[in-house]
Design a binder for this molecule. Structure first.
Ligand SMILES: Cc1cc2nc3c(=O)[nH]c(=O)nc-3n(C[C@H](O)[C@H](O)[C@H](O)COP(=O)(O)OP(=O)(O)OC[C@H]3O[C@@H](n4cnc5c(N)ncnc54)[C@H](O)[C@@H]3O)c2cc1C
Length: 478
């Protein structure tokens, strides 16, 4: 049989699909992204990129481009919107939040993927597929059929790929609806702050959080406002603010308006044969804490090099399965923390008492650090077996010879950072770089980093290193 024209077809060019396309292109995989929308999204929802995503963007030389379009804000105050600053010693060179319009993130990621050689087709909706032992035949609206070796559904919470693959999506349906947007307000800031404090005692979710220059992030319950199918209007916000606070604060000039529910669901599996899921297609949850886009982009960084390894033919047997084994528990934990945050935003006396208690507890640096570690995803430790605490965690960006560690990861290859100067990547040098540097700011002799920046090995013994190179990077070159 002829080889399919594509190695990977990705359904959906949102943040997850665009990131995955770029990650695959770093390894010369033939990628086609099919996006149903013809035009970029018209809404300009501002999303927060958290520390780990910023680190990943730095690892691929994309951070400066994002910084040009976003606004840096302090990293704290995100867990259930409890206004506590982040601990001062957050373990990252990028310890802030970047507020940036989601369509800008998508455009930059798509441009990056295209610059690396990915094909992106807009106005191309996936409506069906069939898989066999050799590949997947993907059908588009209009009847066109395409052949590929793998199909990845990055097509959002209502994923067609997930539904067609028969993968269940169990969880809780939406119980409450909320309006969220950014707009200017004419009421004096002190009056707004006082009213928000007063109303916030009994109504949640509710806030007007100042962004400067008279602009506020506004969140108010959506009870009784139309339905999900119709985008909310400024008048809907005014009406809800008056109902809850007795005033609409003179809101005007909206930058973006949206509405969301608190449905929380997780795909039973992330893979069915040659079909995989990533991003919202695999997990949905309320946006409390601003984690969904971050989670999807991080799925893509985990999956990209593993799927590329499978396609290039050097993936060790179970490498692709580690995608679900590593990422599904991370999504499960995010779902849980959003469930907890939603409880803490309930106006009922019990949850409010727990919220007050947690607010007190966050004055303990350890508690604050624990919660911010969850939201920013810098606390993730994959289970790579027994070993020091660093094993399985991401390594922060540190000073190395002639620059920064993350600058050495732009090409999406593995990296041996070696203070001993006597180790080597030998027969794996086509996929793993070697950086001998006795002065690296590292308190272990050497680490092997995967392309996603997680520590896959720590030590100083070449034979042990070779075993781990084979475990993660397959058979050596002949
Ligand atoms: C109010 C609100 C605020 C939020 N704030 C944040 C935040 O601060 N931080 C954060 O991390 N996340 C936030 N999120 C969540 C974030 O927007 C999502 O998690 C993110 O968009 C998921 O990205 P994705 O690429 O997986 O899916 P999507 O963004 O949904 O992209 C899926 C793409 O697939 C396309 N598609 C769908 N079906 C098909 C098909 N059959 N064929 C081809 N293409 C298809 C769609 O057109 C779309 O372009 C927020 C969400 C809401 C609602």
């Amino acid at each position: 049989m002829d080889s399919p024209p594509f190695d990977v077809v990705i359904a959906g060019c949102g943040p997850t699909g665009a990131t995955l396309a770029a990650e695959l292109r770093l390894h010369d995989v033939r990628v086609l992204v099919l996006e149903q929308d013809t035009e970029p999204a018209s809404f300009v929802r501002i999303v927060g990129l958290h520390v780990r995503s910023l680190e990943l963007m730095a690892m691929r030389d994309l951070l400066d481009r994002l910084l040009e379009h976003g606004r840096q804000r302090p990293a704290g105050g995100f867990f259930a919107a409890i206004p506590k600053p982040a601990p001062p010693d957050l373990d990252s060179a990028h310890a802030y939040l970047l507020g940036i319009p989601q369509p800008v993130v998508v455009r930059l990621l798509e441009d990056h993927a295209v610059a690396l050689g990915a094909q992106v087709r807009h106005g191309a909706a996936v409506v069906d597929f069939e898989q066999d032992d050799d590949g997947v035949t993907v059908e588009l609206a209009g009847g066109e059929r395409l052949r590929t070796r793998y199909l990845v559904g990055c097509d959002g919470g209502r994923s067609t790929v997930r539904k067609l693959s028969g993968i269940g999506f169990p969880g809780e349906p939406s119980r409450t609806e909320t309006l969220m947007g950014e707009m200017a307000a004419t009421a004096p800031p002190a009056k707004i702050a006082a009213k928000v404090r007063e109303v916030g005692e009994t109504h949640r979710p509710f806030w007007l959080r100042p962004f400067g220059e008279g602009v506020y992030s506004v969140v108010v319950p959506a009870d009784g406002v139309g339905d999900r199918a119709t985008p909310p209007t400024l008048d809907d916000f005014r009406q809800q603010l008056r109902a809850v606070a007795g005033t609409d604060f003179g809101v005007h000039s909206p930058r973006w308006l949206s509405r969301f529910g608190d449905a929380t669901r997780l795909a039973e599996r992330y893979r069915a044969g040659r079909v995989l899921l990533a991003g919202d297609a695999a997990h949905i949850h309320p946006p409390t804490g601003g984690q969904g886009l971050n989670l999807g982009v991080q799925d893509a960084f985990n999956l990209g090099w593993k799927l590329a390894a499978r396609i290039r033919g050097w993936a060790p047997g179970t490498l692709l399965d580690t995608y679900e084994a590593e990422r599904r528990p991370v999504a499960e934990a995010v779902l849980d923390n959003t469930r907890a945050q939603m409880e803490l935003t309930s106006p009922e006396p019990g949850p409010q008492a727990v919220r007050r208690l947690l607010t007190e507890l966050m004055d303990f640096a350890e508690v604050n650090r624990h919660l911010i570690g969850k939201i920013t995803a810098i606390d993730i430790r994959y289970d790579f077996g027994p070993g020091p605490d660093l094993l399985g965690r991401r390594l922060r960006d540190i000073d190395v010879k002639q620059g920064r560690l993350y600058d050495r990861l732009h090409r999406g290859r593995g990296l041996l950072l070696d203070r001993t100067e006597r180790l080597g990547t030998g027969a794996w040098s086509d996929r793993v770089d070697h950086l001998p540097d006795p002065a690296a700011a590292l308190d272990v002799p050497a680490v092997l980093l995967r392309p996603d920046g997680h520590v896959a090995w720590i030590g100083d013994d070449q034979r042990d290193l070779d075993d781990h190179l084979a475990r993660w990077f397959g058979s050596p070159l002949r």
